[in-house]
Design a protein around this ligand. Structure first.
Ligand code: MN
Length: 129
């Protein structure tokens, strides 16, 4: 696997995911696409990084140890500093009711686990600014 060259124009993607393996996998995928990845294992740290670093995109897991990803997305979208950052929710939940509340949280995109790599890549390329 060839790492993409670092660039001052490199876009940054924030990954908020508590599962270490999933987090690492997303990080590797983002690097394959030429994006810089910053990661957080809980929502509180993710929200803090989003405010301070203004990533170009957020990939948000839904089941997190502190607050849910749904609540974290609501907070991102309620905050003037972070509301313009696109968010893709990534979740293992396939229940229609859960999906409805995820979509109602204000996220731009939604991806259910397990996902195919090309689905992930297409969503990232569609929503990254
Ligand atoms: Mn999780």
């Amino acid at each position: 696997m060839n790492a993409a060259p670092a660039s001052v124009l490199e876009k940054t993607v924030l990954v908020v995911e508590d599962n270490e393996l999933n987090r690492k996998l997303l990080e590797v995928h983002l690097e394959m696409l030429g994006y810089a990845a910053v990661t957080a294992a809980c929502a509180a740290i993710g929200l803090d990084i989003a405010r301070r670093q203004q990533p170009n995109l957020v990939l948000m897991d839904i089941q997190l140890p502190d607050i849910s990803g749904i609540e974290a997305i609501r907070r991102l979208k309620a905050d003037q500093q972070t509301r313009a950052i696109p968010v893709i929710a990534i979740t293992a939940f396939a229940m229609p009711r859960e999906q409805a509340s995820i979509l109602a949280s204000g996220c731009e995109g939604y991806l259910a686990k397990p996902y195919r790599r090309d689905e992930l890549f297409a969503l990232i390329d569609r929503y990254i600014r």
